[in-house]
Design a protein around this ligand. Structure first.
Ligand code: NAI
Length: 777
């Protein structure tokens, strides 16, 4: 070919990256790996093959971990943890910094090994995966350094079990290991069975970085190993992977007291308005869905184009798709590499073959051998079609059109997932109007798939809970300082009903701003310590929960009100409670037989003031991310929170739970103290006179154990909290697995309600949404 001909076609020549160094590293282990436990590699055991998906060749043999291996790793991690934590923020920062430096030094080796093992284009491994992994260690070296001064009330959780997927093997390891270590935890990590090699290389560099033995342990193997780690004696499980496995892990850890974060699937919308810079939006799609072969949890896999430009947009997109280069991932000019494994490839094919809706366009340039799937566009799908709803996790873009911004929001939010969303428009008003309306943990404006250690990553709905990165990511690896004490079940006093009273004085439930009789018609007596009948309260059932949740949903306008207004209402509640302080104090003393009623009422009023104060001050942040833009970390309400209030402090407890939730714009369904419910039913009158819109606060009385499961499994409840003295933490966590809702339960441990834990409550009452917007040059 002459230079002129080359110039005319602008064809790429081959630009292969050498695999020699990576293959030599594997050879250094004789091609067979054991686990990394307590600072050394164990002898290989029963092995399975690690294959290169681009050509099917076996790269190495890996060991399937046994129960004994898991015990050994956990023992090593448990033994190493106290010393690691005590080494102090600076000591840990130095180790994390050394890891970052070594990742940088061996960047090329890591990138090539990742590409060989996973099939992703070397360009992406080299320019995205490995630099982002380094950045995560640098960032968290800083977090370790700052922990002592900035998080003086927090301590490490202990030993963390971490289970990661195959799509970003080293990057996911970095997201898990760096914050855990920074906060003084030790880890037992299992990479995905398809892609364990960079985790083993990382283990190798841990020895050079001076990571103390036992601080990082890496076990290889399949889902069965993951299952064993979940059941083992760990203090936390951090999981990234499919929603199905995440749900199973939620069920398996329910009631065990193990902390849990789940980063699961997505079906993220990519919304293009008719005023968008179309060429940029088309190019953005290349990064949204053909980056990493579409094997990205936050991939922009659902394209929503405004109707007027749809045809033009699809035409341009098809032209661009034909220029995507698919093939040998080690070639530096390749855009789309190999799918991770034949199993995954078959899964993609099966999903596409099963579809008979819309029109499909595929490029025809796929290599004949290896795990390759052509970039695919399917247009004309209805929003409800399986392909628009289910994760494909491959290079397949599903598209539909919309007419108005409102319709775009509706289609975008018509998903069980809520990980990310992308908005393309040249109209800043429109972009910033859309951003809060999209149900997602991340919104990118005129960009896509941006990630950084400073901006927490994670979703809402069935995309999981917890954030990775940023300040908010640290709470997932810490707990409050101090030793928790066991909470004893608080029993109601008994008595008899006395003479029949023809007037029904039963305290009602409070639903949607109205007092309501319980659906079942049941009530029970409430007696003082000497058996005096103090009143009757309603016994709520499953149907009452449904009604209360419905009312809370209908009050969604509350989430859009200003912090100023919410503060005013909380102050007003405090004022009205203050006016009846003596009456409430008397009620508390009568119910519990103590003399602390006055103190409890005073503290409850103080707490209302605290959250009124925070209502307009618990602001988000602006992250200076290393791109041409900023990430606005906005604090949004979680939605509808169901909360089981503490039994032992009937008024202060209820207010300490209600006030932060409503201050942040949530609506609540509160289940009052079970043994001492009358302070809550009296409080209804305070709410009724304090301008609280109907449905924002709903109060039910009844059995905590009977109401726990219906509350936790209700699909329209976004979070469930429990501070009950009944043993319901496990019931709640199990029920919550159904739609992966957030839970915050006491696991039978005491909380001191007299101390002001406002930051912990405010954090639980909000969800951080990171909105990435262009900024600066
Ligand atoms: P997966 O969820 O089965 O695997 C992820 C990790 O969990 C791996 O390390 C695996 O060994 C482990 N694992 C599997 N079963 C387990 C169990 N019962 N207990 C504990 N750990 C377990 O994902 P898989 O099968 O590899 O991919 C299936 C689908 O999941 C993909 O097609 C994709 O839709 C989705 N996925 C989503 C990811 C994300 O980042 N959101 C990442 C990987 C997969």
């Amino acid at each position: 070919m002459t230079i002129k001909e080359k110039f005319d076609t602008m064809d790429y020549g081959p630009a292969p990256e050498s695999a020699a160094e990576a293959l030599d590293w594997i050879k250094g282990f004789d091609g067979k790996f054991g686990h990394f436990i307590d600072g050394t590699f164990t002898k290989p055991g029963k092995t399975f093959a690690a294959k290169n998906p681009a050509n099917g060749e076996t790269l190495a043999k890996l060991t399937q971990a046994t129960a004994n291996d898991i015990d050994a790793a956990i023992t090593a991690a448990r033994t190493a943890q106290p010393k690691w934590e005590k080494s102090g923020g600076h000591g840990r920062a130095r180790v994390l910094y050394a890891l970052a430096r070594l990742l940088q030094k061996h960047a090329r080796l890591f990138a090539v090994l990742e590409t060989l093992d996973n099939g992703k284009p070397i360009r992406e491994a080299r320019d995205i995966d490995i630099p982002l992994a380094q950045r995560h260690f640098y960032y968290h070296a800083g977090m370790a350094q700052l922990m002592d001064t900035e998080l003086p009330d927090r301590q490490a959780l202990g030993v963390c079990g971490q289970i990661i997927p195959w799509n970003f093997p080293l990057l996911m390891l970095a997201w898990k290991v760096a914050p855990a270590l920074a906060m003084g935890n030790t880890v037992v990590l299992k990479p995905a069975e398809y892609t364990s090699l960079t985790a083993l290389l990382f283990a190798d560099i841990c020895r050079q970085a001076g990571v103390p033995n036992g601080v990082i342990n890496i076990l290889t193997g399949d889902g069965a190993v993951g299952e064993m780690i979940v059941k083992a004696d760990v203090d936390k499980i951090a999981f990234t992977g499919s929603t199905e496995v995440g749900r199973r892990i939620r069920e398996a850890t329910a009631g065990t007291g193990k902390a849990l974060t789940l980063e699961l699937g997505g079906k993220s919308p990519y919304i293009v308005f008719d005023d968008a810079d179309i060429d940029s939006a088309v190019e953005g799609l290349v990064d949204a869905i053909w980056f990493n072969q579409g094997e990205v949890c936050c991939a922009g896999s659902r394209l929503l184009v405004q109707e007027g430009i749809a045809d033009r947009f699809y035409d341009k997109l098809k032209i661009r798709m034909q220029t995507l280069r698919i093939g040998d991932p080690l070639d530096k000019c390749i855009d789309v590499g190999a799918v991770v494994d034949p199993v995954q490839l078959d899964g993609i094919k099966a999903k596409i073959d099963a579809n008979n809706e819309g029109e499909m366009f595929q490029t025809d340039t796929v290599p004949e051998t290896g795990c390759f799937y052509p970039p695919t566009l399917i247009t004309g799908l209805s929003p409800a079609s399986t392909l628009m709803q289910e994760e494909i996790f491959g290079p397949v873009l599903c598209a539909t059109t919309f007419r108005t911004p409102a319709e775009a929001v509706e289609i975008a939010n018509n998903s069980r997932y809520g990980l990310a969303a992308t908005v393309w428009t040249e109209n800043i008003n429109l972009a910033l109007d859309m951003s809060p309306k999209l149900k997602a943990g991340i919104v990118w404006v005129n960009a896509t798939n941006l990630m950084d250690a400073a901006a927490g990553f994670g979703g809402v709905r069935e995309s999981g809970f917890g954030r990775e990165g940023g300040w908010e990511g640290l709470s997932a690896y810490t707990k409050p300082k101090g030793k928790a004490k066991v909470l004893k079940q608080v029993e109601a006093f008994e008595g008899d009903d006395g003479p029949f009273d023809p007037l029904d004085r039963t305290a009602k439930l409070y639903i949607g701003g109205k007092q309501a009789r319980p659906d079942g018609g049941y009530s029970r007596g409430a007696w003082g310590p000497k058996g005096a009948l103090l009143g009757h309260v309603s016994v709520a059932n499953r149907k009452d929960i449904r009604n209360a949740v419905e009312a809370a949903h209908a009050a969604k306008g509350w989430s859009g009100t200003t912090g100023h207004l919410r503060a005013q209402i909380l102050y007003y509640i405090a004022e009205n409670l203050s006016a009846r302080a003596d009456e409430f104090a008397g009620r508390l003393n009568d119910m519990q037989g103590g003399k602390t009623g006055n103190d409890e009422v005073a503290q409850a009023i103080d707490r209302l003031f605290t959250y009124a104060a925070w209502a307009d001050k618990y602001d988000g942040q602006v992250h200076n991310v290393p791109i041409r833009g900023v990430a606005l970390a906005m604090k949004e309400p979680v939605g509808v929170i169901g909360a089981f209030c503490p039994d032992d402090v009937p008024l202060l407890g209820l207010i300490s739970v209600m006030a932060p939730a409503v201050a942040m714009g949530n609506r609540v369904v509160l289940i009052a103290s079970e043994p001492f419910p009358l302070a809550a039913t009296d409080f209804v009158q305070v709410l009724e006179t304090s301008d609280v819109p109907g449905g924002v606060v709903n109060i039910l009385t009844g059995s905590h154990s009977e109401l726990a499961a219906p509350m936790a499994s209700h699909m329209d409840v976004d979070a469930v909290w429990s501070f009950s003295s009944s043993d319901i933490s496990g019931l709640i966590e199990k029920g919550a697995a159904l739609n992966i809702k957030r839970t915050w339960v006491n696991n039978g441990m005491v909380r001191d309600w007299t101390t002001d834990d406002s930051h912990v409550f405010l954090e639980a009452a909000t969800e951080v949404k990171n909105i990435w917007i262009p900024y600066g040059e």
